[in-house]
Structures are given as structure tokens and as C-alpha cells.
Write a protein that binds this ligand. Sequence first.
Ligand code: NDP
Length: 310
Amino acid sequence: MFNGILIEKDEAGYRASYQSLSEEILPAGDVTVAVQWSSLNYKDGLALTGASPVVRRFPLIPGIDFAGTVLESQHPDWHPGDKVVLNGWGVGETHSGGLAERARVRGDWLVALPERFQPRDAMAIGTAGYTAMLCVMALEKHGITPGDGDILVTGANGGVGSVAITLLAKLGYRVVAATGRLNEADYLTSLGAAEVIDRAELATPGRPLANACATTRYGGAVAACGLAGGMDFPSTVMPFILRGVTLYGIDSVMAPRPLRQQAWARLAEDLDLTRLHLLTREVPLSQVVTLGNAFLAGQVRGRILVNVQG
Ligand code: NDP
């Protein structure tokens, strides 16, 4: 038996609870992992509350990411004792995930924990931080360098936003953080933001992405990964046809393994761990269920790290 969160949906309704679970609940997979740390991301908030149909198989252990140690493996790349990280691939949505002391997954989904990190560091970064790195890499691939001008980070106080600010500042970019919570300006500055602006300056309400495109310089680029402000994208073609702006879509869930390995290697190289710990709050697994609503209310600051053994 092991402890975990279980999402169930039946005549009694949709519910998430902390339970003692048996091995039979784990899905098929060629690697079994002792999960040490997981984290909460926006999508976990949707899964825990049922606010959006993220979970599509029941019963299911939520948690779109985890870090831990391989217990058993039939996969040629992994052996007992290996330290691994997992993000996405439908884990926590259609395949049981990281919010439990055990996970069973496909070995092809795993990435080796970079040597510089402990499993705890990897989940302080989590899917939000790895996605922030994918965004930074897309901008770099576009050819953007620190001398090209300011970089705008929207949703600045959230997990993706906080890690993006930290990474970009360390890489030498001048970061402008856009937020709906100006009272957190000191926090954003401590992460490396050079300037903090009110989200309302950028947007007619709920439209920060469209306005980010509208304010992007000639030949510049926008890396878009989120929907906290809503799914609509009411823009015009003008930024694209008059200033040659490029919009990059960022997907972390099905990103190919080499890109993930590159992103984790870059995080190990470029992330300031002292600042990472400034933006992280730790909670025990037993308290996770109550935290889902905070994401929907836009109240999460930085990253929520889950101590799965705690
Ligand atoms: P968080 O909840 O931690 O952060 C979201 C932030 O967005 C909030 O902290 C808030 O920041 C801002 N925000 C909240 N409501 C609104 C609103 N109505 N309009 C504009 N901004 C708002 O989530 P994560 O950082 O974990 O994820 C951020 C987004 O990225 C989510 O939409 C998530 O689904 C998406 N995502 C996508 C991935 C992908 O693969 N494409 C992977 C990971 C995340 P502030 O108060 O500073 O304005």
C-alpha cells in the first residue's frame, strides 16, 4: 500500500481525496518509480477541482510531473536506483501521475535527473519551469539576444512567469513583468524583473496575449504557452504583416524527448537555485487537495512543491 491522491467520478460526483492506495491502481508501464517530489501546476488545479475536463479516465492519480528513483524497470535505459524526472505525456490526465508515492509509466517518457539537481530542485522547477525554459529556448532559436530590447513576461507571479523571469534575468535580458498583482512587485524584482507593470496597461481585460503581439518590436517574437487569462485570442494580422512578428506555440506535454533533455540540461546550467528557492513553497501530499482552487482564482505565487513522502 502507498499514499496518494485519487480522483474519482461516479454517481456521488467528481472528487479528489488523499487515500491509502494499492498497487493494482497503477496503470501498465515498464518502469515503476518511488516518487519523492511532485508539484502543483495550473493543470493540476483544473484536475483537482474538476473545473475543466483535464482528467479523462477514472479513478486516476493526478499530478502531471514527478521526480523520484526507479524501483523496477523492464526498459533498457533505466535501472533500479536511477534518478528520474517526468513531465506531461498525458500523465495526470489519462495515465495515473505524480501525486502518490508510486508511479508506473513508460520508460520512454522519463528524463534522467540532471546531476546538479536533487529531486526536490527538479520539482521546484516542475512542469511550469520546464515550460518556461521551452519558451526561452524558442526565443533564442528566433535569434533574440539581450541587446535586442526588453522581454515581457505575462502571468508574472505564476509558476511559469516566476521561473521565466529568473531565467531571463540570469541570461542578461531586461525583463518587464506584467501582473494583475502589483502588490507583489517586490517579489518580482527579487526574482530579477527590471520593471513591473500592471496587466491592465497591456490589455483590454483578459487579452494580454493579443496585446503582447501588438506591442512586440519589428522582427520580434512571442512564445505563448498559457490560458490563465482565457482561451480566446482576439488579435489582428497587423503585428504579423507590418512588423514581421512571429508567434511560437509552446507545448510541454508531447514535446519530443531530445527537446526535453535539452531543456533540463539548460535549466541545470542557467537557473539560479537561490532564486528558485525564493519562489517555492512546500506542502505535504496530504494537504494538496485543498489547493486546487487557488490556481483558478489566480492566487498562486511562484511554485508549489509537493513533498510526496511528507
Ligand atoms: P499559475 O496559476 O501559477 O500562474 C498563472 C498566472 O497568470 C497567475 O499567477 C496570474 O499572474 C496570471 N493570471 C491569472 N488570471 C489571469 C487573467 N484572468 N488574465 C491574465 N493573467 C492572469 O499557472 P502556471 O504558471 O502553472 O501556468 C501558467 C499557464 O501556462 C497556465 O494557463 C497553464 O495551463 C499554462 N501551461 C501550459 C503548458 C504548455 O505545455 N503549453 C505547460 C505549463 C503551463 P499575475 O497575478 O502575476 O498576473
